[in-house]
Design a binder for this molecule. Sequence first.
Ligand code: CA
Length: 698
Amino acid sequence: MDPKAHRRAAILTTCTLIVASLACRSSGSPEPVDDARLVAADRDSANWLTYGRTYSEQRFSPLRQINDSTVPQLGLVWSHELPTTRGVEATPIVLDGVIYTTSTWSVVYAYDAINGRQLWTYDPVVDRSRARTICCDAVNRGLALYGSKLYLATLDGRLVAIDARTGRPVWDVKTIDQSQPYAITDAPRIAKGRVLVGNAGAEFGVRGYVSAYDAETGTLAWRVFTVPGNPAAGFESKALEAASKTWHGEYWKAGGGGTAWDGIVYDPDLDLVFFGTGNGTAWYRDLRSPGGGDNLYLASILAVHAQTGEYAWHYQVTPGDNWDFDATQPLVLADLALDGQPRKVIMQASKNGFFYVLDRATGKLLSATPFVDGITWASRIDSVTGRPVESPSAYAGMKAVLVSPDPEGAHNWQPMAFDAAAGVMYLGARHNTLRVHAPNALWVNDVSNRNMGDDPRYEGELDTRAAAAPAPRGELVAWSVANRRANWRVALPVSQSGGVLATAGNLVFQGRGDGLFTAYRATDGVALWSFDAGTGIMAAPVTYLARGAQYVTLMVGWGGTQGLVNPPNMGPVKPGFGRILTLAIGGTTKLAPTPYGHPAPPVPAIKLDTTPAAVREGEFLYRTYCRFCHGRNVVAGPVPDLRYATADVHKQFESIVLGGARKTLGMPSFDDKLNSAQVRAIQAYVLSRAAAPVPRPR
Ligand code: CA
């Protein structure tokens, strides 16, 4: 028997055993989830064992009890309200009828899938005062499962192993230097007894890396940096030495960036780990690396050997990124026939608007095709060089430019789903999203605040052009990978939508910002069923069996970067309390969402003695320090909308902003940045917004 056939036979035997053990087992301790079981996860349709269901992260379930005929009978079985109005992004893990999931501030919950009973909860007690150095809300995208333990990466940079049965922590290690502005929002992944974890923070100024920990002990096995450090300290690898030749100036002082904050996948056949890296610090190439260069390995897809972390290959999606085009979006593995050739591919629908298909053994570009309209930063990706043909309008040195896609991207962290038999990827896409990029000539590296290098005082003709452009559009897209075009597109009422699940029941599930959770017929995109979840949806649903019946579970909650964008630019988005929903055929439970929001337009709660100049200054300060949580133009969903601040809040304004009176709620002090007069100017601006109509954001 050749080695491959032998391996296939071994997998088949393992699967047979798994099926037998599942059939025989009653309730009680779950069987430990070992390597063989993870490799065979695709056949284990009863469970959802990893973030993306399988190592390939295709998020395609073979279950078909809920299908294009029965889905009209799909209804709510149970739900729970979560004590948060912030973003909820997690994909639950489901094992033997138990759901393991996370919410904001990295809090973990376990529920009985059938009756919704909460089995345990675990709060890692993340320091809320770190809220100043998290990019995009206190979100968490979920857990990993291995053996009998769950693995949680916390917002404050720890990796915690949790006993899946009891919810008690087993070990807890710091994966970051907590004095630096790192954060973690991604779900850890498993690779042969190791736990893989990335981090975030390139908007503030850190040096990105991925770490692998021993799943049993929490010992660091390897760590691979994504960008070179200070050459004087020596390079950790030849790959980083080579990368340093693509940088200029004292790039290491701001950390460089390149954080791997979302897409990480493991291929057990090639024994490679793949991950996407983010933007640089600063965003702008002339600030970050004066003299230019590709700045490897920013905005790249990297492959490393799973045992050692040693470099295997890289493909830079956006060389010399200047527009926050992180290449961290979900990575999906598949074995496909392309142009008559069998290929092991890795796929990404990138922030930058192109759908990339690479040979995952070598990193060679096989195709890169626009999946949205209105891309202005590049005209195409050259198939010979693998490099983008950058548009002249996309870069003007230190001058501002107007570019699409915007930093939210044509597609972001929201998971996509791949039907391998049909060769179709289903994903939420955003079109025509122009943004003014204005580098700040006065930028100095400052890791205690946003460090993108944007000029908060820039106002010019490009703002007018951006405001006059068509509003962004959101779509659910069925993308034929081999044909490099959409089979169908469904227009959505919001420009951003949630993660996707596809099933063998000819269904594609997706939620969206107005709270509707919809099942579409996979073959033609016709909506067959919808459920109002009461709050906007970003997370991806999962499906599994419990006592032989198929269930769908979905985390609900609007926030993240999406919570920062004004509703007028988003469509009818619905912020509100987070919740978990579980649905099945014949479910008849009625949802009673906790009310949230403001029924009437705001009115200023107090009158402040001020001047137009102070209001103007307050606006610039607000843009620099406040808008990332409280929203552009002071329009917020997930955190308090300051236009509605009461007279009592205004009385305490300085003690909140400088005194840290609400730091345990996630509103840290800014006393190292602002003085009393500046806080008063911000207050004056906030009050002016309470009295004004909402403008289109730039
Ligand atoms: Ca970014």
